[in-house]
Unconditional design. Structure first.
Length: 284
């Protein structure tokens, strides 16, 4: 066998080995349903900002937020974007498909029914001046059986649907981890405008044996007049006037400072401080 034929044979073996390796990696294709757990109710009460490393600017925005903002015509058809989709009602039914490169037959992307795509073909992220969308631009790589993907070019949005803001400088580093019929979606949310440090959240899914009918991406949206108000009025609370901020703390016997967010609310030291104050113990 000539040296050229040997090189060709070795190249073919390498390609075959790579294909076997790719074929052995975890697949995330399927219809998944969101398990019900305590985080499903995290948006149930205004004032629940515990564990969110919010900047001072983010705190001011959450305190001025009024739920009636969602009735504004320009907000009624606003989708639940990438920073919140997995916790939104639509996100509780996750449909994942895959696309293959027609020339090579290799896996090129995972796509979600909401229109989000995760490209696996090595393409770069767009320039900083490229348009931003609610689902951004995502590229991913396998790390063993775990898929890691990074999402950029996001519009301003909200990671929690009670007024918590997310800026267009947000970067999401995400992971899909499959354990049999279970899928864990990990999100590391970094935002230099509204977060003082990364915020980590997870959502768990279970494979659905039923075959859903329909695309799961929504049935469209029609803007209607939900609330009669004078033209140009935007619902909001001025600083210090929101009457509902204390409801969560009252329900769970927590001081207001612990419920308004900030990095300190992420760590156990705050809980110890509250206990010491209740027991009349002076600070060390």
């Amino acid at each position: 066998m000539s040296p050229r034929m040997v090189r060709v044979a070795l190249l073919c073996l390498a390609i075959a080995a790579a294909d076997r390796y790719v074929a052995a990696q975890a697949s995330f294709v399927g219809d998944w349903t969101n398990d019900i757990f305590e985080d499903n109710t995290e948006d149930a009460m205004i004032g629940n900002y515990v564990g969110l490393p919010l900047t001072r600017g983010a705190m001011l925005r959450t305190q001025s937020w009024q739920e009636a903002m969602l009735t504004l015509p320009e907000w009624q058809c606003r989708p639940h974007g990438a920073v919140y989709f997995m916790r939104a009602p639509q996100g509780r039914r996750l449909q994942i498909s895959r696309e293959f490169d027609p020339a090579t037959g290799r896996l090129s992307a995972y796509t979600l029914a909401n229109g989000m795509a995760i490209y696996l073909d090595g393409r770069p992220h767009p320039s900083a001046y490229a348009p931003h969308t609610y689902f951004g631009f995502s590229t991913g790589v396998y790390e063993g059986d775990m898929l890691k993907f990074t999402t950029t070019h996001l519009k301003e949005d909200y990671p929690r649907r009670i007024g918590v803001p997310s800026s267009d400088e947000t970067v999401l580093t995400q992971y899909w981890i499959r354990h049999g019929d279970e899928l864990t979606w990990v999100t590391i949310h970094e935002d230099p405008v509204y977060l003082t440090e990364p915020m980590v959240r997870t959502v768990d899914y279970r494979i659905s044996r039923a075959q859903p009918i329909g695309g799961g991406g929504g049935e469209g949206c029609v803007v209607v007049e939900e609330v009669g108000r004078p033209a140009g009025v935007v619902p909001n609370y001025l600083p210090g006037t929101n009457p509902y901020l204390g409801e969560y703390g009252t329900a769970y016997e927590l001081p207001l400072e612990a419920t308004l967010g900030g990095a300190a609310s992420m760590y156990p030291e705050l809980a110890r401080k509250i206990i010491r104050q209740r027991n009349g113990i002076s600070q060390p």
